[in-house]
Design a protein. Structure first.
Length: 124
């Protein structure tokens, strides 16, 4: 095999340049709007930061306040509040006030499902 062909195979390239229009057309029909794609990328980016992911995973078990999360994660309450704010901005986490305490939880079951599917994937 020539070096050029070997490089193409190793890099996942095509040995024969041919566009399959039916596949390209199907992919275009299934494409999501840029705005939704950007938002989805941001969700994954937010959950890609270890502290935020740990917070989201902790909240899978139920409500927790900032003090609880700080004790669990071993970081400052200020750091937890900052991370919570980012998660709330994208509606991944919601809050509920009880007197002077704010309790945080996952916004809905879909956030839990997103984490569960990711865990299933890495555990296979």
């Amino acid at each position: 095999m020539s070096p050029t062909k070997a490089n193409l195979v190793e890099e996942g390239g095509c040995q024969v340049r041919m566009v399959h229009l039916d596949r390209v057309t199907r992919a275009r029909k299934e494409a999501i709007p840029e705005r939704e794609l950007d938002r989805l990328a941001l969700v994954y980016k937010l959950l890609g930061e270890p502290s935020r992911l740990k917070i989201a995973m902790a909240l899978r078990g139920g409500e927790m306040c900032v003090c609880d999360l700080a004790a669990l994660l071993g970081i400052s309450e200020s750091a937890v509040s900052h991370q919570i704010r980012r998660l709330k901005d994208l509606a991944l986490v919601k809050s509920r006030r009880e007197g002077q305490i704010l309790y945080y939880s996952l916004d809905d079951h879909q956030v839990d499902e997103l984490i569960r599917v990711g865990l299933d994937h890495v555990r296979e």
